[in-house]
Write a protein that binds this ligand. Structure first.
Ligand SMILES: Nc1ncnc2c1ncn2[C@@H]1O[C@H](COP(=O)(O)OP(=O)(O)O)[C@@H](O)[C@H]1O
Ligand SMILES: [Mg+2]
Length: 260
C-alpha cells in the first residue's frame, strides 16, 4: 500500500509492506506456468513486511545504477519505505489522452523499457499503473518482487513485454493493429533470445487468446496482448529469416536495395 505524503513541502510516498497473502494464487500460477512451459510468466516469490521492503530497496538501487528513472529511497522504517515522487501514474495519463496522445505515451514507454533493457535492466510488472509520466520522462515503480529469483535475464525481459502488452491492450480494444505496429517496432530492437521467449509464451497461449477474443473486456485485453506480441515477434523472426535467405542465395542483400 502506498500513500502520498508531504516532506518539507515536497510530495513523497509512504509505501508500507503488509503480510504476504497471495500464497494460493501464486501457487496456482506457478503450477500453470510450469505445466505449460510458460517460463517467462513464472511468478516470483511475493514476500511481505521487511523482506518485501528489502527487495524493493535493493531493486531500486540496482535500477538507479542502470540509469533507469525510478524513485529515490529517502527514508525507511519497519516494513516501510519513503520514496520520492516520480510523477503521475501512466495509467491515469493514458486514461485521459486521445488516440494520438495514447500512441505517443505508449511509444515513449516502450522506448523507456527498451533502453533500460539495453542497459541490462528488467522490471517485473511494468503495467501502466506501475509506471509514471512527469510530462517529460517515463518512470517505473513497484519492485517488491524480483523475477530473477525464478528466471534468467532474457526471460525476465520477455516477461516485461508480456506484462506491458497486457497492461496497455485494454486501451487498444478497437485499434489492436496500431498496438501491434508499435510492439513490432519495439520488439524488433530486442535481443534474439528475449524475442524467442516472448514468442514461445505467446505461441503457447494463442488458442486461449482466440477464445478470449469472444469474451468480456478484460479477457479480450489479455487475448489481444497475446496475439499482438506474438505477431510482433513473428514478424521480427520472419524478417530475420528473409534477410538470411536473401543473403545466402547470392551474398547480396537485395532487401536493402530500396534504401541504398
Ligand atoms: N514514488 C512514487 N511516485 C509516484 N507515484 C507513486 C509512487 N509510489 C507509489 N505511487 C502510486 O501509488 C500506487 C501504488 O504504489 P505501488 O508501488 O505500485 O504499490 P502496490 O504494491 O500497492 O501496487 C501506484 O500505482 C502509484 O499511483
Ligand atoms: Mg503497483
Amino acid at each position: 500500500m502506498a500513500e502520498p505524503i508531504v516532506i518539507d513541502g515536497q510530495r513523497a510516498w509512504l509505501k508500507q509492506y503488509g503480510d504476504s497473502s497471495r500464497a494460493l494464487t501464486l501457487g496456482v500460477l506457478a503450477f500453470v506456468s510450469r505445466r505449460f512451459h510458460l517460463d517467462a510468466l513464472r511468478p516470483p516469490p511475493h514476500r511481505g513486511g521487511d523482506a518485501a521492503r528489502d527487495v524493493e530497496a535493493r531493486r531500486l538501487a540496482e535500477l538507479h545504477s542502470q540509469d533507469v528513472n525510478v524513485p529515490q529511497v529517502i527514508g525507511q522504517g519497519r516494513a516501510a519505505l519513503v520514496l520520492s515522487d516520480n510523477g503521475r501514474s501512466l495509467a491515469a495519463c493514458l486514461g485521459e489522452a486521445d488516440d494520438a496522445g495514447r500512441d505517443a505515451l505508449v511509444s515513449l514507454a516502450m522506448a523507456a523499457i527498451a533502453r533500460a533493457h539495453r542497459n541490462g535492466a528488467y522490471f517485473g510488472q511494468p503495467w501502466p499503473r506501475n509506471m509514471t509520466y512527469d510530462g517529460h520522462a517515463i518512470g517505473f515503480i513497484d519492485f517488491e518482487e524480483d523475477p530473477l529469483e525464478v528466471m534468467d535475464l532474457e526471460q525476465a525481459q520477455a516477461r516485461d513485454w508480456l506484462m506491458f502488452g497486457y497492461g496497455v491492450a485494454k486501451y487498444y480494444d478497437d485499434r489492436p493493429d496500431v498496438l501491434q505496429r508499435l510492439m513490432s517496432a519495439a520488439l524488433g530492437e530486442e535481443r534474439a533470445p528475449v524475442r524467442a521467449h516472448a514468442q514461445a509464451v505467446t505461441g503457447r497461449l494463442q488458442g486461449l487468446a482466440r477464445v478470449g477474443l469472444r469474451m468480456g473486456r478484460s479477457a479480450r485485453a489479455l487475448a489481444h496482448s497475446i496475439l499482438v506480441i506474438h505477431a510482433a515477434v513473428s514478424l521480427g523472426v520472419l524478417l530475420v529469416a528473409v534477410i538470411c535467405v536473401d543473403w545466402f542465395m547470392d551474398g547480396h542483400l537485395d532487401i536493402l536495395d530500396p534504401f541504398v
